[in-house]
Design a protein around this ligand. Structure first.
Ligand SMILES: Cc1ncc(COP(=O)(O)O)c(C=O)c1O
Length: 387
């Protein structure tokens, strides 16, 4: 089955849809049994897709787990109330007191804060590494290193990692590889083809795709799935069937949305590159994006999210630009149908393995599904405020 067909087909077995086109929305805490025999059967099968108790899932959540597993690959997918819960649960599932974690320096800010606060308090030590470290990662491995965490491209600064090389070295030392694959979405990057053990997504972004629900997913390979599933369950992690329904609806149009995000974002990025006020455009498809060669090798395309540095350090002018935008709204997420813009602050504090030396301003944009000419006009009038 080709990928686009799979997106339409996945999670739509008769047992989930009951004859409709879409899986039915089943809300439940309690599941009731007609007999002790049925209850015993459900108890024995509770780790799979058999109804047992709401926290283990309902038919709607089982359908989404199945669809995500088909999208990303792997042996199974655990669901969480948001992407951050997926990240923290995946880390907690494979780390214990006294362990060492290798965390990419360009991780999503709350991922970093979780390491610096909660994991530290639990006696788990974190070393941040340069996203482009490649095979030199071996110099940072300690006898107690248990997890290597990747995020590719990196948050805001968009560095692409050499995932197969990093995974190979990690596995030589029996280290579990976890990837934040939110940008790759399972469509643009196939984590299990490149040696990843657990692929985490903020499904809040492109999977839901409409900025109206929070959701996290963690898909694992055969070896890691039982531990991830059971530890996530013990942490009390589960996702609301209503939100899973939204994700199932979103996933059907993921590919067509992504093509449009990609085309428009590339047009905007090329236009930005030609503006004198723009210093650098960090778009994975551009050569000047660090790790671009790995993007070319491993990704099947790009999406709507990238960033650029402007030749302007004047706070007041940047505020005037951001306040003047019409189609680009300011907001902290991405992956929905709408365009967004965000000034990125604090990179000097958030990068320690490879300090951020760029004195000028980084702006992150998400290119939505509006007409691209309207978006370029909006940016043109905004950038004029920086002159
Ligand atoms: C790369 C990345 N990972 C994880 C998250 C966290 O997702 P959520 O907001 O659903 O907790 C985000 C959110 O912005 C993100 O950008």
């Amino acid at each position: 089955m080709k990928p686009d067909t799979r997106l339409i087909d996945s999670g739509r077995e008769q047992k989930w849809t009951q004859g409709g086109v879409n899986p039915v929305l089943q809300r439940a805490s309690t599941v009731v049994f007609d007999s002790v025999k049925d209850m015993k059967h459900a108890t024995a099968k509770r780790a799979g897709d058999t109804l047992f108790y709401g926290r283990r899932g309902t038919t709607t959540t089982f359908a989404l787990s199945q669809a995500m597993t088909e999208l990303e690959g792997g042996a199974g997918c655990a669901l969480y109330p948001c992407g951050t819960a997926a990240i923290t649960s995946a880390l907690l599932s494979f780390l214990k007191q006294g362990d060492h974690l290798l965390m990419v320096d360009t991780a999503y800010e709350p991922t970093r804060a979780f390491c610096d606060n909660m994991l530290k308090n639990l006696g788990i030590e974190t070393t941040y590494y340069d996203p482009l470290i490649g095979s030199d990662i071996k110099t940072l491995i300690q006898p107690n290193t248990k997890v290597l965490f990747l995020e590719s491209p990196g948050s805001n600064t968009m560095e692409i990692q050499d995932v197969p090389t990093l995974s190979k070295i990690a596995h030589q030392h029996d280290i579990t590889v976890i990837l934040d694959n939110t940008w790759g979405s399972g469509l643009l990057f196939k984590p299990f083809d490149y040696g990843v053990d657990i692929s985490v997504q903020a499904a809040t972004k492109y999977i839901v795709g409409h900025s109206d629900a929070m959701l996290g997913t963690a898909t694992a390979n055969e070896k890691h799935w039982p531990t991830l599933r059971e530890n996530s369950y013990l942490l009390g992690q589960c996702a609301a069937p209503d939100d899973c329904y939204m994700a199932l609806r979103g996933i059907r149009t993921l590919s067509v949305r992504m093509k449009q995000h990609q085309d428009s974002a590339l047009k905007v990025a090329h236009w930005l590159k030609e503006q004198a006020i723009v210093k650098t455009v960090f778009h994975p498809a551009f050569e000047e994006c660090p790790g671009h060669e790995f993007y070319k090798r491993d990704f099947s395309g790009s999406n709507g999210l990238f960033s650029f540095v402007v030749n302007c350090d004047d706070e007041a002018k940047i505020v005037a630009m951001l306040d003047s935008m019409q189609h680009f709204k300011m907001g902290f997420s991405w992956g929905g149908f709408e365009s967004l813009i965000l000034p990125v602050n604090g990179l000097d504090r958030l990068r320690t393995a490879k300090p951020w030396t760029e004195s000028n301003r980084l702006i992150r944009v998400h290119i939505g599904l509006e007409d691209v000419d309207d978006l370029i006009s909006d940016l043109a009038q905004g950038l004029a405020k920086l002159a």
